[in-house]
Design a protein around this ligand. Structure first.
Ligand code: UD1
Length: 366
């Protein structure tokens, strides 16, 4: 009998599900894994399964890329028969991608309990597709596991009963702690480490990369940074195609800008550990840099992960070059914010979730 059907779809889901599947097998909880296929390139998907030891998905829905509406609808359509066949006691979703809301919605409509890992994060920016996914997934979840204490306030404001919410810490940081010692050295990924250090850059938010002026400003800033430090830029497929479409690739063709394809987990972890600083619009990197104590400039106006700013090494600048530059200079001059590790980002979040879920299942709640 399947107790839990666990869902992954896109790159940031994989490092969250890895420690959960491991913890479920020791508890034990009978869990099966469904991959929606939202991300399908070997570099965006398969390499994470291999490096993180995630079990092969029991089912792959193979939905691929499309508009948000079509992608979400296709996941729902493909997931429903799987749910009918498996009859699990609950569906577990992680994070905030389209696969998260799509599968949660199918389960909730069928009266199957929904568990959300990484609940309660809010940027308060409804223009972000992930914010819509977060708010809606939390509304239809029966059990909500949070990564920071303040997430409870967000959930209570939206009318969610506190009894359903459990503060357990950050499963993505479980993965980081487990693999930190075997991260791929930056010198190996780069064919030699730049003597003057480097800024590690990732950009993929639609609000930054789908707008020609914003993307131009950001790429010009990278060019300027590359006069002081090397720039290492693993480029997301969305960003690469935007840069090509807007005729901005010449800005990236500079001697000290190292353009890389999307990297594996261990390569990325090594690049983060050894970076002078990180410039990003990712959610995950804000947390990972805080856990590693590496300064981070987040080129967004808001963050759903405020603890990385209040406690960690993160500074929000938005995409405006005039706001990024002074923070960059300050990091070079002073080393940036020191930060401290947030509560329960200790490598044991998945074990806490597994113990809590075992008790919940045994109580007959699902
Ligand atoms: C998705 C998530 C985002 C997460 C990001 C990490 C949503 C709403 N967004 O955004 O929260 O931070 O993943 O990457 O779910 N593509 C490929 N190969 C792939 C997958 C995608 O080339 O394996 C290209 C396609 O052209 C596709 C585009 O990337 O149209 C965007 O992919 P999509 O899954 O729609 O969203 P992401 O921008 O990756």
């Amino acid at each position: 009998m399947t107790e839990l059907l666990c869902i992954v779809g896109a790159r940031p889901n994989f490092m969250k599900i890895a420690p959960l599947m491991a913890a479920f097998s020791t508890q034990p909880i009978a869990a099966k894994l469904v991959h929606t296929g939202q991300h399908y390139d070997p570099a965006m998907s398969d390499s994470f399964f291999a490096q993180l030891g995630i079990p092969r998905p029991d089912v792959n829905l193979e939905v691929g890329s499309a508009s948000h509406a079509v992608q979400t609808a296709e996941i729902m359509r493909a997931f429903e028969p799987v749910l009918d066949a498996e009859q699990p006691r609950a569906v577990l979703v992680v994070g905030d991608v389209n696969s998260t809301i799509a599968c949660a919605l199918v389960a909730a409509k069928k009266g199957v309990k929904v568990i959300h890992v990484e609940a309660g994060l809010r940027s308060l920016d409804r223009a972000m597709p992930e914010e819509i996914n977060r708010v809606l997934t939390d509304q239809i979840s029966d059990l909500l596991y949070t990564t920071e204490r303040d997430a409870l306030n967000n959930l209570q404001r939206e009318g969610i009963a506190p009894e359903r919410v459990h503060f357990v810490g950050n499963v993505m940081i479980d993965t980081l702690r487990q693999h930190a010692a075997r991260a791929t050295p930056a010198a190996r990924t780069l064919g030699g480490k730049p003597a003057r250090g480097y800024a590690l850059v990732t950009l993929h938010r639609p609000s930054n990369v789908d707008n020609a002026d914003k993307l131009r400003g950001l790429l010009e800033t990278l060019a300027r940074i590359s006069e002081r430090l090397d720039v290492v830029f693993p480029i997301h497929p969305r960003t690469r195609s935007s840069a090509e479409k807007f005729g901005l690739t010449p800005l990236l063709e500079r001697p000290f800008i190292h353009l890389l394809p999307p990297q594996g987990y261990l390569e990325m972890l090594g690049l983060m550990q050894e970076a002078t600083l990180v410039v990003t619009d990712s959610g995950g990197l804000q947390e990972e840099t805080t856990a590693l104590g590496v300064p981070c400039i987040t080129v967004r106006e808001s963050t759903e992960r405020p603890i990385t700013v209040t406690d960690g090494t993160n500074t929000l600048t938005g995409p405006d070059p005039a706001r990024i530059w002074p923070v960059f200079e300050d990091i070079l001059a002073s080393g940036g914010k020191r930060g401290r590790i947030p509560e329960y980002w200790d490598g044991n979040a998945a074990l806490r979730i597994a113990a809590s879920l075992r008790a919940w299942l045994d109580s007959g709640a699902a």
